[in-house]
Design a protein around this ligand. Structure first.
Ligand SMILES: NC(=O)c1ccc[n+]([C@@H]2O[C@H](COP(=O)([O-])OP(=O)(O)OC[C@H]3O[C@@H](n4cnc5c(N)ncnc54)[C@H](OP(=O)(O)O)[C@@H]3O)[C@@H](O)[C@H]2O)c1
Length: 261
């Protein structure tokens, strides 16, 4: 298969790209910034995967970059790129929340629509994978903006899946809901609210510290379980929508839904 992954310079996106390439798929490993390419290609060479991986810059918020995928032959688009902006719903600046939605939701959907247009025009089959999160199901205080973007992706993926069926096209939609993994992504999101000086919450620093410790405690260091799920979703031609990992947090999420939803 030919698979394009966004935001794949490191962590979950990178490990997914490597796993897919090792299974002899061809991966367009795309990165947010130009400067990330050299380091990525070094790692790819070390792993002797240069024949299976092509790396280029794709900032999903830029139309000029999104256009790059128009002429590519892609069997599966993995929408992995995201940012997390922390802060309470009481006071988070709306412009920051817009930025969070611009990356995680609107740019992701814009890129997906370019891919879908290509599939529809060429009468080709294809697959779209969306990276949501358990944060799209379970509300997490002070991470409401990120939670809202991931909840939106659940609805977008679910609606898209229904709608492409009406087109009678072989286009599969997959939704990944990872639990907490210690990639550094969550730390940045938990901490970046402290950069804003004015807050109604006098103890914001200690709240932040506690939340960081809790995430570290629950979070998984090893990305194998989530990488395996994403690879499964990419390769799975069934109509299955939802893929979750790790198991401990899947159980926790199910308990939450049973008790509170
Ligand atoms: N880690 C977790 O606990 C967890 C849990 C649930 C879901 N997820 C989701 O899993 C995905 C990967 O997260 P991760 O933990 O592996 O962290 P990560 O490495 O920080 O992944 C996010 C990637 O998105 C890139 N990115 C940000 N803005 C972009 C843009 N405009 N265009 C292209 N790429 C952009 C980042 O690039 P730069 O760093 O260069 O800006 C980064 O490479 C994300 O969708 C995240 O929401 C993570």
């Amino acid at each position: 298969m030919k698979v394009l992954i966004t935001g794949a310079a490191s962590n979950i996106g990178f490990s997914t790209a490597i796993s897919l390439a090792k299974l002899d798929n061809y991966v367009y490993l795309t990165v947010h910034h130009e400067y990330e390419i050299e380091k990525v290609l070094e790692k790819v060479k070390e792993l002797k995967l240069e024949n299976n991986i092509e790396c280029f810059k794709l900032d999903i918020t830029l139309e000029s970059d999104r256009k790059k995928i128009r002429d590519l032959d892609i069997d599966c688009l993995v929408n992995n790129a995201a940012i997390g902006i922390g802060g309470s719903m009481v006071e988070i600046p709306i412009d920051l929340m817009k930025e969070n939605f611009e990356v995680n939701v609107f740019s992701t959907l814009r890129l997906t629509q370019i891919y879908l247009a290509h599939l529809i025009a060429e009468g080709k089959s294809g697959k779209v994978v969306f990276m949501s999160s358990i944060a799209g199901i379970i509300p997490i205080s002070f991470l409401g903006s990120y939670c809202a973007t991931k909840a939106s992706l659940i609805m977008i993926a679910t609606n898209l899946r229904k709608e492409v069926r009406l087109l009678n096209k072989d286009i599969k939609v997959k939704l990944i809901e990872p639990g907490i993994y210690n990639t550094g992504f969550n730390d940045i999101m938990i901490e970046n609210k402290l950069e804003r000086k004015n807050t109604y919450f006098n103890d914001l620093e200690s709240i932040t510290l506690k939340q960081k410790k809790l995430f570290e405690l629950i979070g998984h260091d090893n990305l194998e379980s989530i990488t395996r799920k994403i690879v499964e979703a990419v390769l799975d031609d069934s109509n299955k929508l939802l893929y979750r990992a790790p198991l401990s947090q899947v159980i926790m999420t199910k308990l939450y839904m049973l008790l509170f939803k």
